[in-house]
Ligand binder design. Structure first.
Ligand code: SF4
Length: 449
Protein backbone atom coordinates (compact mmCIF):
# COMPACT_ATOMS: atom_id res chain seq x y z
CA UNK A 1 0.00 0.00 0.00
CA UNK A 2 1.42 3.38 -0.92
CA UNK A 3 2.15 6.03 1.66
CA UNK A 4 -0.51 8.17 -0.01
CA UNK A 5 -3.17 5.54 0.62
CA UNK A 6 -2.38 5.13 4.31
CA UNK A 7 -2.07 8.82 5.20
CA UNK A 8 -5.07 10.11 7.14
CA UNK A 9 -7.15 12.64 5.20
CA UNK A 10 -6.50 16.16 6.40
CA UNK A 11 -9.08 18.74 7.40
CA UNK A 12 -8.32 22.45 7.70
CA UNK A 13 -10.39 24.44 10.19
CA UNK A 14 -11.12 28.12 10.73
CA UNK A 15 -13.09 28.99 13.86
CA UNK A 16 -14.56 32.51 14.01
CA UNK A 17 -16.88 34.11 16.54
CA UNK A 18 -17.64 33.72 20.20
CA UNK A 19 -16.80 31.13 22.85
CA UNK A 20 -20.02 29.28 22.03
CA UNK A 21 -18.89 28.88 18.42
CA UNK A 22 -15.51 27.69 19.70
CA UNK A 23 -17.23 24.91 21.63
CA UNK A 24 -19.08 23.89 18.43
CA UNK A 25 -15.72 23.80 16.62
CA UNK A 26 -14.25 21.59 19.34
CA UNK A 27 -17.14 19.12 19.04
CA UNK A 28 -16.76 18.86 15.26
CA UNK A 29 -13.00 18.39 15.51
CA UNK A 30 -13.35 15.81 18.26
CA UNK A 31 -15.75 13.76 16.15
CA UNK A 32 -13.55 13.97 13.07
CA UNK A 33 -10.45 12.97 14.96
CA UNK A 34 -12.26 10.04 16.55
CA UNK A 35 -13.03 8.90 13.00
CA UNK A 36 -9.36 9.04 12.06
CA UNK A 37 -9.10 12.36 10.23
CA UNK A 38 -6.00 14.44 10.70
CA UNK A 39 -5.80 18.24 10.86
CA UNK A 40 -3.83 20.52 8.60
CA UNK A 41 -2.16 23.67 9.84
CA UNK A 42 -2.91 25.65 6.66
CA UNK A 43 -5.31 25.64 3.72
CA UNK A 44 -2.69 24.32 1.29
CA UNK A 45 -1.98 21.17 3.31
CA UNK A 46 -5.68 20.37 3.85
CA UNK A 47 -7.86 18.10 1.69
CA UNK A 48 -10.94 20.07 2.70
CA UNK A 49 -11.48 23.20 4.81
CA UNK A 50 -14.30 23.85 7.31
CA UNK A 51 -15.10 27.48 8.10
CA UNK A 52 -17.12 27.97 11.30
CA UNK A 53 -18.63 31.40 10.75
CA UNK A 54 -19.97 34.16 12.98
CA UNK A 55 -23.08 35.99 11.80
CA UNK A 56 -23.81 38.26 14.70
CA UNK A 57 -22.72 41.70 13.55
CA UNK A 58 -22.43 42.87 9.98
CA UNK A 59 -18.66 43.27 10.51
CA UNK A 60 -18.45 39.63 11.69
CA UNK A 61 -20.35 38.53 8.59
CA UNK A 62 -17.85 40.35 6.42
CA UNK A 63 -14.98 38.64 8.23
CA UNK A 64 -16.70 35.26 7.76
CA UNK A 65 -17.29 35.88 4.04
CA UNK A 66 -13.69 36.87 3.57
CA UNK A 67 -12.49 33.71 5.40
CA UNK A 68 -14.66 31.59 3.07
CA UNK A 69 -13.20 33.46 0.08
CA UNK A 70 -9.62 32.86 1.25
CA UNK A 71 -10.28 29.16 1.87
CA UNK A 72 -11.87 28.77 -1.59
CA UNK A 73 -8.99 30.60 -3.28
CA UNK A 74 -6.29 28.60 -1.53
CA UNK A 75 -7.94 25.20 -1.24
CA UNK A 76 -11.13 25.07 -3.32
CA UNK A 77 -13.04 22.53 -1.15
CA UNK A 78 -14.89 24.43 1.54
CA UNK A 79 -17.62 23.45 4.02
CA UNK A 80 -19.36 26.31 5.82
CA UNK A 81 -21.06 26.05 9.20
CA UNK A 82 -21.93 28.26 12.18
CA UNK A 83 -24.21 31.22 12.74
CA UNK A 84 -23.89 32.62 9.26
CA UNK A 85 -24.88 29.25 7.87
CA UNK A 86 -28.42 30.11 8.99
CA UNK A 87 -28.61 32.37 5.91
CA UNK A 88 -27.24 30.03 3.22
CA UNK A 89 -28.66 32.07 0.34
CA UNK A 90 -26.39 34.98 1.27
CA UNK A 91 -23.29 32.78 1.24
CA UNK A 92 -24.31 31.03 -1.99
CA UNK A 93 -24.92 34.37 -3.70
CA UNK A 94 -21.25 35.27 -3.14
CA UNK A 95 -19.67 31.82 -3.21
CA UNK A 96 -21.82 29.36 -5.19
CA UNK A 97 -19.04 26.75 -5.10
CA UNK A 98 -18.95 25.97 -1.38
CA UNK A 99 -19.61 22.27 -0.82
CA UNK A 100 -22.13 22.55 1.97
CA UNK A 101 -23.66 25.11 4.33
CA UNK A 102 -25.14 24.31 7.73
CA UNK A 103 -26.24 26.43 10.67
CA UNK A 104 -24.89 26.59 14.24
CA UNK A 105 -24.60 23.45 16.40
CA UNK A 106 -25.35 21.13 13.45
CA UNK A 107 -22.37 18.91 14.19
CA UNK A 108 -23.66 15.80 12.42
CA UNK A 109 -24.39 17.67 9.19
CA UNK A 110 -20.89 19.12 9.13
CA UNK A 111 -19.35 15.71 9.74
CA UNK A 112 -21.60 14.22 7.00
CA UNK A 113 -20.41 16.92 4.60
CA UNK A 114 -16.79 16.00 5.42
CA UNK A 115 -17.59 12.31 4.76
CA UNK A 116 -19.00 13.24 1.36
CA UNK A 117 -16.03 15.42 0.41
CA UNK A 118 -13.39 13.21 1.94
CA UNK A 119 -14.36 9.62 2.66
CA UNK A 120 -13.82 8.40 6.19
CA UNK A 121 -10.54 6.56 6.73
CA UNK A 122 -11.07 2.86 7.39
CA UNK A 123 -7.78 1.94 8.96
CA UNK A 124 -8.73 0.23 12.24
CA UNK A 125 -5.46 1.40 13.75
CA UNK A 126 -6.37 4.99 13.06
CA UNK A 127 -10.14 4.82 13.54
CA UNK A 128 -11.18 5.78 17.05
CA UNK A 129 -7.61 6.31 18.11
CA UNK A 130 -7.67 8.99 20.75
CA UNK A 131 -4.93 11.54 21.09
CA UNK A 132 -2.89 10.90 24.23
CA UNK A 133 -3.36 14.50 25.33
CA UNK A 134 -7.11 14.62 25.12
CA UNK A 135 -8.26 11.05 25.29
CA UNK A 136 -11.14 11.86 27.59
CA UNK A 137 -12.09 15.32 26.52
CA UNK A 138 -11.77 15.64 22.77
CA UNK A 139 -10.10 18.40 20.84
CA UNK A 140 -9.77 21.66 22.69
CA UNK A 141 -9.03 24.90 20.92
CA UNK A 142 -8.33 26.74 24.17
CA UNK A 143 -5.04 26.22 26.05
CA UNK A 144 -4.96 23.02 28.07
CA UNK A 145 -5.50 24.68 31.43
CA UNK A 146 -8.83 26.31 30.73
CA UNK A 147 -11.91 25.21 28.82
CA UNK A 148 -15.36 26.48 27.95
CA UNK A 149 -18.27 24.44 29.24
CA UNK A 150 -21.43 25.03 27.23
CA UNK A 151 -24.51 24.18 29.31
CA UNK A 152 -27.26 25.06 26.84
CA UNK A 153 -28.00 26.19 23.30
CA UNK A 154 -30.33 28.91 22.10
CA UNK A 155 -32.25 31.53 24.02
CA UNK A 156 -35.84 32.27 25.07
CA UNK A 157 -35.28 36.03 25.21
CA UNK A 158 -35.91 38.31 22.26
CA UNK A 159 -33.55 41.26 22.65
CA UNK A 160 -34.30 43.60 19.78
CA UNK A 161 -30.67 43.94 18.62
CA UNK A 162 -29.97 40.20 18.63
CA UNK A 163 -30.60 37.49 16.05
CA UNK A 164 -29.24 34.59 18.12
CA UNK A 165 -32.72 33.12 18.80
CA UNK A 166 -33.38 33.24 15.03
CA UNK A 167 -30.06 31.52 14.39
CA UNK A 168 -29.95 29.08 17.29
CA UNK A 169 -33.59 28.73 18.31
CA UNK A 170 -35.11 28.63 21.80
CA UNK A 171 -33.29 27.48 24.90
CA UNK A 172 -32.27 23.81 24.94
CA UNK A 173 -30.49 22.85 28.16
CA UNK A 174 -28.14 19.90 28.42
CA UNK A 175 -28.89 17.37 31.17
CA UNK A 176 -26.89 18.17 34.30
CA UNK A 177 -25.22 14.74 34.26
CA UNK A 178 -23.88 15.36 30.70
CA UNK A 179 -22.46 18.72 31.69
CA UNK A 180 -20.92 17.28 34.86
CA UNK A 181 -19.39 14.32 33.04
CA UNK A 182 -17.75 16.67 30.52
CA UNK A 183 -16.60 18.99 33.31
CA UNK A 184 -15.11 16.15 35.35
CA UNK A 185 -13.28 14.74 32.34
CA UNK A 186 -11.85 18.15 31.55
CA UNK A 187 -10.60 18.56 35.11
CA UNK A 188 -9.12 15.04 35.10
CA UNK A 189 -7.25 15.90 31.92
CA UNK A 190 -5.57 18.89 33.56
CA UNK A 191 -8.01 21.76 33.05
CA UNK A 192 -7.77 24.19 35.97
CA UNK A 193 -10.48 26.62 34.99
CA UNK A 194 -13.94 25.96 33.54
CA UNK A 195 -15.77 28.85 31.91
CA UNK A 196 -19.49 28.15 32.04
CA UNK A 197 -21.16 29.59 28.95
CA UNK A 198 -24.54 29.68 27.23
CA UNK A 199 -26.72 32.50 25.90
CA UNK A 200 -28.45 32.92 29.27
CA UNK A 201 -26.71 30.90 31.97
CA UNK A 202 -29.12 31.75 34.77
CA UNK A 203 -32.03 30.40 32.67
CA UNK A 204 -30.45 26.94 32.63
CA UNK A 205 -33.04 24.17 32.82
CA UNK A 206 -36.16 26.30 32.40
CA UNK A 207 -36.97 24.48 29.14
CA UNK A 208 -36.71 21.02 30.73
CA UNK A 209 -38.58 22.10 33.88
CA UNK A 210 -35.29 21.46 35.71
CA UNK A 211 -35.36 17.75 34.84
CA UNK A 212 -33.08 15.69 37.06
CA UNK A 213 -30.48 13.25 35.71
CA UNK A 214 -28.40 10.64 37.47
CA UNK A 215 -24.87 11.77 38.31
CA UNK A 216 -22.88 9.19 40.27
CA UNK A 217 -24.94 8.18 43.31
CA UNK A 218 -27.31 11.13 43.17
CA UNK A 219 -29.88 12.79 41.02
CA UNK A 220 -29.02 16.34 39.97
CA UNK A 221 -31.56 18.85 38.70
CA UNK A 222 -30.79 20.90 35.60
CA UNK A 223 -30.97 24.03 37.72
CA UNK A 224 -28.52 26.91 37.93
CA UNK A 225 -27.82 26.57 41.65
CA UNK A 226 -27.72 22.75 41.68
CA UNK A 227 -25.32 22.68 38.74
CA UNK A 228 -23.08 25.33 40.33
CA UNK A 229 -22.99 23.31 43.59
CA UNK A 230 -21.85 20.18 41.76
CA UNK A 231 -19.33 22.03 39.60
CA UNK A 232 -17.97 23.58 42.77
CA UNK A 233 -16.97 20.12 43.99
CA UNK A 234 -14.63 19.46 41.07
CA UNK A 235 -11.69 21.40 42.46
CA UNK A 236 -11.28 23.73 39.47
CA UNK A 237 -11.88 27.43 39.06
CA UNK A 238 -15.53 27.73 37.98
CA UNK A 239 -16.28 31.01 36.22
CA UNK A 240 -19.84 32.01 35.34
CA UNK A 241 -20.54 33.93 32.15
CA UNK A 242 -23.72 35.46 30.71
CA UNK A 243 -25.66 35.47 33.94
CA UNK A 244 -28.70 37.75 34.15
CA UNK A 245 -29.52 39.37 37.49
CA UNK A 246 -32.59 37.28 38.25
CA UNK A 247 -33.35 37.01 41.96
CA UNK A 248 -32.25 33.35 42.11
CA UNK A 249 -28.69 34.40 41.20
CA UNK A 250 -28.41 35.58 44.82
CA UNK A 251 -28.25 31.91 45.83
CA UNK A 252 -24.88 31.29 44.16
CA UNK A 253 -23.17 34.07 46.10
CA UNK A 254 -22.91 31.71 49.06
CA UNK A 255 -20.97 29.27 46.88
CA UNK A 256 -18.61 32.11 46.01
CA UNK A 257 -17.98 33.09 49.60
CA UNK A 258 -17.39 29.42 50.39
CA UNK A 259 -14.70 29.32 47.68
CA UNK A 260 -16.58 26.72 45.63
CA UNK A 261 -16.99 28.84 42.54
CA UNK A 262 -15.06 31.96 41.55
CA UNK A 263 -16.30 35.25 43.00
CA UNK A 264 -16.92 36.49 39.49
CA UNK A 265 -20.12 37.29 37.62
CA UNK A 266 -20.28 38.26 33.97
CA UNK A 267 -23.60 40.05 33.56
CA UNK A 268 -24.26 41.67 30.18
CA UNK A 269 -26.26 44.72 31.33
CA UNK A 270 -25.98 46.46 27.92
CA UNK A 271 -27.50 49.70 29.25
CA UNK A 272 -28.96 51.33 32.34
CA UNK A 273 -31.58 53.75 31.06
CA UNK A 274 -35.02 52.13 31.59
CA UNK A 275 -36.21 53.54 28.28
CA UNK A 276 -33.30 52.10 26.29
CA UNK A 277 -33.50 48.76 28.13
CA UNK A 278 -37.17 48.58 27.23
CA UNK A 279 -36.40 49.23 23.55
CA UNK A 280 -33.66 46.62 23.78
CA UNK A 281 -36.19 44.19 25.35
CA UNK A 282 -33.56 43.07 27.84
CA UNK A 283 -34.33 40.30 30.34
CA UNK A 284 -34.19 41.02 34.07
CA UNK A 285 -33.90 44.78 33.46
CA UNK A 286 -34.74 46.48 36.72
CA UNK A 287 -33.87 49.65 38.54
CA UNK A 288 -32.98 47.57 41.60
CA UNK A 289 -29.88 46.10 39.95
CA UNK A 290 -27.53 48.48 41.76
CA UNK A 291 -29.00 47.39 45.10
CA UNK A 292 -28.51 43.79 44.11
CA UNK A 293 -24.85 44.33 43.18
CA UNK A 294 -24.38 46.12 46.52
CA UNK A 295 -25.85 43.17 48.41
CA UNK A 296 -23.64 40.70 46.53
CA UNK A 297 -20.55 42.73 47.32
CA UNK A 298 -21.52 42.97 50.95
CA UNK A 299 -21.82 39.19 51.15
CA UNK A 300 -18.74 38.58 49.03
CA UNK A 301 -16.36 41.56 49.13
CA UNK A 302 -13.88 40.02 46.67
CA UNK A 303 -16.46 39.67 43.94
CA UNK A 304 -15.59 40.89 40.45
CA UNK A 305 -18.55 42.06 38.40
CA UNK A 306 -17.94 42.32 34.67
CA UNK A 307 -20.36 43.54 32.08
CA UNK A 308 -20.80 44.73 28.53
CA UNK A 309 -22.67 47.75 27.25
CA UNK A 310 -23.89 49.12 23.95
CA UNK A 311 -23.73 52.85 23.30
CA UNK A 312 -25.56 54.63 20.51
CA UNK A 313 -28.56 52.27 20.52
CA UNK A 314 -31.39 53.67 18.33
CA UNK A 315 -33.31 56.28 20.26
CA UNK A 316 -30.57 56.76 22.90
CA UNK A 317 -30.65 60.46 23.77
CA UNK A 318 -27.93 62.45 25.49
CA UNK A 319 -30.08 62.17 28.62
CA UNK A 320 -30.19 58.36 28.35
CA UNK A 321 -26.47 58.27 27.83
CA UNK A 322 -25.82 60.52 30.81
CA UNK A 323 -28.07 58.21 32.85
CA UNK A 324 -25.81 55.33 31.82
CA UNK A 325 -22.65 57.22 32.86
CA UNK A 326 -24.18 58.12 36.24
CA UNK A 327 -25.24 54.51 36.72
CA UNK A 328 -21.72 53.35 35.87
CA UNK A 329 -20.27 55.71 38.48
CA UNK A 330 -22.68 54.35 41.05
CA UNK A 331 -22.29 50.68 40.15
CA UNK A 332 -18.45 50.76 40.18
CA UNK A 333 -18.17 47.63 38.05
CA UNK A 334 -14.77 46.02 37.96
CA UNK A 335 -14.53 45.06 34.31
CA UNK A 336 -16.47 46.52 31.43
CA UNK A 337 -16.58 46.11 27.67
CA UNK A 338 -18.34 48.65 25.48
CA UNK A 339 -19.60 48.34 21.91
CA UNK A 340 -20.90 50.96 19.55
CA UNK A 341 -24.35 49.89 18.32
CA UNK A 342 -24.26 48.24 14.91
CA UNK A 343 -27.22 47.10 12.81
CA UNK A 344 -27.42 43.35 12.40
CA UNK A 345 -29.25 42.04 9.33
CA UNK A 346 -32.84 41.12 10.26
CA UNK A 347 -32.60 42.38 13.86
CA UNK A 348 -35.74 44.16 15.08
CA UNK A 349 -33.75 47.15 16.36
CA UNK A 350 -32.90 48.12 12.77
CA UNK A 351 -36.45 49.43 12.40
CA UNK A 352 -36.41 51.55 15.57
CA UNK A 353 -36.58 55.31 15.26
CA UNK A 354 -33.76 57.69 16.15
CA UNK A 355 -30.64 55.96 14.86
CA UNK A 356 -27.58 57.66 16.30
CA UNK A 357 -24.91 59.04 13.97
CA UNK A 358 -21.50 57.37 13.86
CA UNK A 359 -19.83 60.53 15.22
CA UNK A 360 -22.12 60.61 18.26
CA UNK A 361 -21.58 56.88 18.86
CA UNK A 362 -17.83 57.41 18.75
CA UNK A 363 -18.00 60.38 21.06
CA UNK A 364 -20.18 58.50 23.57
CA UNK A 365 -17.94 55.45 23.41
CA UNK A 366 -14.91 57.60 24.26
CA UNK A 367 -16.70 59.27 27.15
CA UNK A 368 -17.91 55.91 28.43
CA UNK A 369 -14.43 54.38 28.29
CA UNK A 370 -12.89 57.40 30.02
CA UNK A 371 -15.32 57.06 32.94
CA UNK A 372 -14.82 53.31 33.20
CA UNK A 373 -11.02 53.54 33.02
CA UNK A 374 -10.98 55.65 36.17
CA UNK A 375 -13.31 53.20 37.94
CA UNK A 376 -11.34 50.17 36.78
CA UNK A 377 -8.02 51.71 37.87
CA UNK A 378 -9.52 52.48 41.29
CA UNK A 379 -10.90 48.96 41.69
CA UNK A 380 -7.61 47.36 40.71
CA UNK A 381 -5.59 49.59 43.03
CA UNK A 382 -7.37 47.97 45.97
CA UNK A 383 -5.49 44.77 45.16
CA UNK A 384 -2.02 46.32 45.50
CA UNK A 385 -0.25 44.84 48.53
CA UNK A 386 -2.41 41.72 48.57
CA UNK A 387 -1.28 38.18 47.80
CA UNK A 388 -3.63 36.60 45.27
CA UNK A 389 -3.79 33.33 43.34
CA UNK A 390 -2.77 33.66 39.72
CA UNK A 391 -3.34 31.06 37.03
CA UNK A 392 -0.33 31.26 34.71
CA UNK A 393 -1.35 31.43 31.04
CA UNK A 394 2.01 31.74 29.36
CA UNK A 395 5.71 31.73 30.12
CA UNK A 396 7.79 33.17 27.28
CA UNK A 397 11.11 35.04 26.96
CA UNK A 398 9.01 38.24 26.99
CA UNK A 399 7.60 37.46 30.42
CA UNK A 400 5.19 35.51 32.58
CA UNK A 401 1.52 36.34 32.20
CA UNK A 402 -1.43 35.01 34.15
CA UNK A 403 -4.87 35.89 35.41
CA UNK A 404 -6.42 36.37 38.82
CA UNK A 405 -9.80 35.00 39.88
CA UNK A 406 -11.21 38.32 38.69
CA UNK A 407 -9.97 37.98 35.10
CA UNK A 408 -11.54 35.81 32.43
CA UNK A 409 -9.34 34.90 29.46
CA UNK A 410 -9.49 37.09 26.35
CA UNK A 411 -11.89 39.69 27.77
CA UNK A 412 -10.44 40.90 31.09
CA UNK A 413 -7.05 42.07 32.30
CA UNK A 414 -3.81 40.22 32.97
CA UNK A 415 -1.41 39.79 35.83
CA UNK A 416 2.20 40.38 34.75
CA UNK A 417 4.35 38.25 36.98
CA UNK A 418 8.03 38.15 37.90
CA UNK A 419 9.54 35.18 39.63
CA UNK A 420 12.93 34.17 40.98
CA UNK A 421 12.05 30.50 40.58
CA UNK A 422 10.62 28.47 37.72
CA UNK A 423 6.95 28.97 36.94
CA UNK A 424 4.97 26.72 34.61
CA UNK A 425 2.02 27.63 32.41
CA UNK A 426 -1.19 26.09 33.72
CA UNK A 427 -0.19 26.28 37.38
CA UNK A 428 -1.74 28.46 40.07
CA UNK A 429 0.79 30.47 42.06
CA UNK A 430 0.52 33.03 44.87
CA UNK A 431 1.52 36.49 43.63
CA UNK A 432 2.06 39.62 45.67
CA UNK A 433 0.58 42.55 43.76
CA UNK A 434 2.94 45.51 43.63
CA UNK A 435 1.40 47.75 40.99
CA UNK A 436 -1.73 48.25 38.95
CA UNK A 437 -2.95 50.32 36.00
CA UNK A 438 -6.35 50.70 34.32
CA UNK A 439 -6.50 47.10 33.16
CA UNK A 440 -3.67 44.97 34.51
CA UNK A 441 -1.92 43.98 37.73
CA UNK A 442 1.83 43.54 38.25
CA UNK A 443 3.45 41.46 40.96
CA UNK A 444 5.95 38.82 41.97
CA UNK A 445 5.56 35.20 42.96
CA UNK A 446 5.61 34.68 46.69
CA UNK A 447 7.90 31.90 47.81
CA UNK A 448 5.68 29.20 49.18
CA UNK A 449 8.12 26.84 50.82
S1 SF4 B 1 -30.33 37.18 25.99
FE1 SF4 B 1 -30.82 38.61 24.34
S2 SF4 B 1 -28.78 39.16 23.53
FE2 SF4 B 1 -28.50 37.28 24.68
S3 SF4 B 1 -28.77 35.66 23.16
FE3 SF4 B 1 -30.75 35.96 24.13
S4 SF4 B 1 -31.81 37.37 22.76
FE4 SF4 B 1 -29.63 37.50 22.28
Amino acid sequence: MSKQATAAPKVGFVSLGCAKALVDSERILTQLRAEGYDFAPDYGAADVVIVNTCGFLDSAREESLSAIGDALAENGKVIVTGCMGATPELIRSVYPDVLSITGPAQYESVVDAVHRALPKPHDPHVDLLPSPRNEQVGVKLTPRHYAYLKISEGCNNRCSFCIIPKLRGDLVSRPAADVLMEAENLVKSGVKELLVISQDTSAYGIDTKYAASQWKDRSVKAKFLDLCKELGELGAWIRLHYVYPYPHVDDVIELMTAGKILPYLDIPFQHASPKVLKDMRRPAASEKVIDRIGAWRKACPDMTVRSTFIVGFPGETEEDFQYLLDWLEEAQLDRVGCFRYENVSSADSNGLKGHVSEEVKEERWNRFMAVQQVISAKRLKRKVGKVIDVLIDSVTPEGIVGRSKGDAPEIDGLVHVTSKGRVLAGTIVPVKIEKSDEYDLFGSVVKTS
